[in-house]
Design a protein around this ligand. Structure first.
Ligand code: DGJ
Length: 740
């Protein structure tokens, strides 16, 4: 890995064995983008790749000169990276190279989550300063390249170097120009209970984007997109990934211009945003992770998985396998007392489950969702001994104890709202819109963050609490803070999320042993910003195994299995009413951070035996499932959408767990094979199936030892549903491979 600077060619080349990123100072001083893709030879100039440089950019209005951080108003009409309003009301900016530094390692971002280095030598950072002397604006562009990852991490810092305030109206983290438009735009879109469905559409002239204006990244679009060739598959072909390390309003946008080139920009959504930059002040954008893969979406995902697991997640839980939890939400909703909870914990412990999570309803007068958010005192009529007594009883049973909180919220019917109505977000002249009967607290106010830090610290210090599920169940309306002057209200949404990050940062620092799980009505804030503090997230409120195939498949494009909580729940499923076999529910949830969301005291003897078997299976393969290489094999979004297959293979290729799922049963099916990936072609694997005889019929009579070459080239022979015991909808079969 190295960052080369050629003074003669005026070129930077960030390079490792997997990718190159080349930047050139153009003749007029603009910072030109030359190349991002597979590694190029070092010590050479690539400046001739920049078209039109010889004409001088600003004399060629609208020409597609590729630029690193484009601005508007001086002849480039494509989507800009920076939009400002200068003291005279004008907005034209032309940034020119000023200086650069090459630094070992990677620094953190003030107030924002970021990827990091453990050892200085594993990455290098290039900082280029560009400036406009007329506008008196400087921009510091930061690029980090790791030694052994196919990616570049970018961010930008906008500095007002003039004597008067400037308004930043849009500041992207990165802009990337690509020389053609033969790409498809892959995004993860959906809604509550159906997050991260994969959308893939060819780029067309004009703009295509995903974004949020909700104050959270949102259920509707994840802050991740990929550009793929039409021929790109999981295994083959080019793919670029853009993943924004941010949890608030975001924009990921591609524009195909009239010359057939593509520009992608990623950053805070300029819609509704502005930031007043006083003299000398700096605005820091969140960072964006740009991955290039020539090996399809599978390789792209693996790059994100490794980075997010190893250098975004932090604290002691980064490297620990995660406990199997039982959560009482779908078992009891708000209707519980201590004996009921202890009965659930005790039955769960008997089945091998390791941690009991007390979900919503343990505080204030909260017997439904109309009241008490903000009043974080235990409800003594439900839990007479308090949290400490309950937690210790759970520990006596042999389990760890965790709780649910929703600190950013307040109910209209709460003591907190009665005391501090001004802390709830709203515009004084308008009624506040309620969502789930609650308001959002103004996290842009330091006193609110301080209050919440005190309250949550007190809870965490009051009992042996090992885990926290931090929920967030509604989006922001009437965005406004009376603490900001009128001309700074455009800062509110970003200041809100900075307040959330500050609370997370203080709590995770004060309680490093607590495992935090983020949640926003399921996957409404499943993003890299949250993963920096909470290494796992509740993937979706939809716990139906069949719905989860699509949700978990899509979520896995950027996010590792170690970040995706997945629970087995009761049937008929509470979200869709579907009845699926218990084994299928487990076989889907195994590919995530496994747990249960049901009442184990109501299980039959057979079901209890099955759950105990599932827990034992997950414990045996947990390390592989949480930290192995996840490979998607058959997509629930393609073909007849009736089948899904995926696998997790150990990094050394010595073991793997393969999941194959058939949604609807087929009459008279033909023979089928499933080609596996990531195995050692020279190894022989012992193949066994799960569930074993007893839960459903035993697996097919496949030979027990098969070669890695055969499994990858010819494929694994799948059992068909000709056998009567295999018939029926919603079937799953796991195949476990162990090298002999
Ligand atoms: C939404 C979450 O996603 C659920 O799992 C549960 O915690 C409820 N909130 C509780 O109100």
């Amino acid at each position: 890995m190295a960052i080369e600077w050629s003074a003669a060619a005026r070129e930077f080349h960030l390079r490792n064995d997997q990718v190159s990123y080349v930047i050139r100072v153009l003749e007029n001083g603009s910072l030109g983008h030359v190349y991002f893709g597979a590694t190029l030879a070092e010590g050479k100039s690539y400046g001739h790749l920049v078209p039109g440089e010889f004409y001088g950019f600003s004399n060629r209005l609208g020409q597609p000169v590729p630029l690193e951080f484009p601005t508007g108003g001086t002849g480039d009409y494509r989507i800009p990276a920076l939009t400002v309003e200068l003291p005279d009301g004008s907005g034209a900016v032309e940034l020119r190279y000023k200086s650069h530094r090459i630094l070992p390692g990677k620094a953190g971002l003030p107030g924002l989550p970021s990827t990091y280095v453990d050892l200085g030598l594993e990455a290098e950072t290039l900082e280029i300063t560009v400036a406009d002397h007329v506008a008196q604006i400087e921009v510091r562009l930061l690029y980090t390249i790791y030694r052994d990852r196919p990616l570049v991490v970018r961010e930008a810092r906008i500095v007002n170097s003039g004597p008067s305030p400037v308004i930043v109206r849009g500041a992207m983290s990165a802009s990337l120009d690509l020389p053609d438009a033969g790409w498809e735009f892959v995004s993860l879109s959906g809604e509550w209970a159906r997050e991260c469905h994969v959308e893939r559409l060819a780029l067309r002239p004009g703009r295509q984007s995903v974004s949020s204006t909700r104050g959270a990244s949102g259920h509707q679009h994840n802050p991740f997109v990929a550009l793929t060739r039409p021929s790109t598959t999981e295994e083959h072909g080019e793919a670029y990934g853009f993943s924004l390390v941010y949890s608030g309003n975001f924009l990921l946008e591609a524009e195909v211009d009239s010359f057939g080139t593509t520009r992608v920009r990623a950053g805070i959504n300029p819609d509704g945003f502005s930031w007043l930059l006083g003299p000398g002040a700096e605005f820091v954008t969140p960072e964006v992770v740009l991955v290039f893969s020539a090996g399809g979406l599978g390789e792209l995902s693996d790059a994100y998985h490794c980075l997010f697991r190893e250098r975004l997640a932090s604290g002691p839980w980064r490297d620990r396998v995660r406990p199997i939890v039982i959560n009482n939400w779908e078992a009891t909703y708000f209707n519980f007392d201590e004996p009921k909870l202890l009965a659930i914990a005790s039955a769960a412990h008997d089945l091998g489950i390791e941690l009991f999570v007390l979900d919503d309803g343990w505080f204030g007068r909260r017997n439904d969702d109309t009241t008490s958010l903000g009043d974080w005192q235990v409800n003594l009529s439900k839990l007479p001994g308090g949290l400490d007594s309950l937690a210790r009883k759970v520990e006596d049973i042999g389990m760890r104890f965790g709780i649910w909180i929703e600190p950013e919220m307040v109910s209209r019917h709460s003591d907190l709202f009665a005391q501090h109505p001004e802390w709830a977000i709203g515009i004084p002249t308008r009624p506040r819109t309620e969502g789930r009967n609650q308001y959002v607290l103004d996290m842009s106010r330091p006193e609110v963050v301080n209050h919440l830090f005190g309250v949550v610290s007190q809870i965490l210090g009051s009992a042996p609490i090992a885990y926290v599920k931090w929920d967030m169940n509604r989006n922001i309306t009437e965005p406004y803070s009376p603490t900001l002057p009128a001309w700074r209200q455009g800062e509110f949404m970003h200041r809100y999320i900075l307040g959330v990050y500050s609370l997370y940062e203080r709590l995770t620092r004060a309680f490093p042993e607590v495992l935090f799980e983020s949640c926003a009505g399921g996957g409404g804030r499943f993003d890299p910003g949250m993963l920096a503090f909470a290494p796992q997230a509740w993937t979706s409120d939809d716990t139906d195994a069949i719905e989860r195939l699509r949700i978990q498949w899509g979520t896995s494009l950027p996010y590792p299995l170690s970040s995706m909580s997945a629970h087995v729940s009761a049937v008929p499923n509470h979200q869709v009413g579907r009845v699926t076999p218990l084994a299928t529910r487990a076989a889907v949830a195994f590919f995530g951070v496994f747990g249960y969301e049901l009442d184990p005291t109501t299980l039959s003897v057979e079901e209890r035996a099955d759950v105990a078997d599932q827990v034992a299976f997950y414990k045996q393969w947990r390390d592989l499932l949480q930290r192995g290489r996840f490979l998607r094999l058959r997509s629930p979004f393609e073909g007849d959408r009736d089948e899904t297959a995926w696998m997790t293979v150990a990094r050394d290729g010595r073991s793997a767990v393969v999941g194959h799922y058939r949604i609807l049963s087929r009459p008279n099916p033909g023979p089928q094979r499933l080609r596996l990936r990531g195995l050692d072609p020279t190894a022989a694997y012992r193949v066994s199936t799960w569930p074993s005889a007893g839960q459903v019929a035993a697996g097919p009579a496949i030979p027990v030892v098969l070669g890695g070459d055969e499994l990858m080239s010819a494929g694994l022979v799948l059992e068909s549903n000709r056998a009567s015991a295999e018939r029926g909808d919603f079937r799953a079969r796991l195949y476990v491979l162990e090298a002999t």
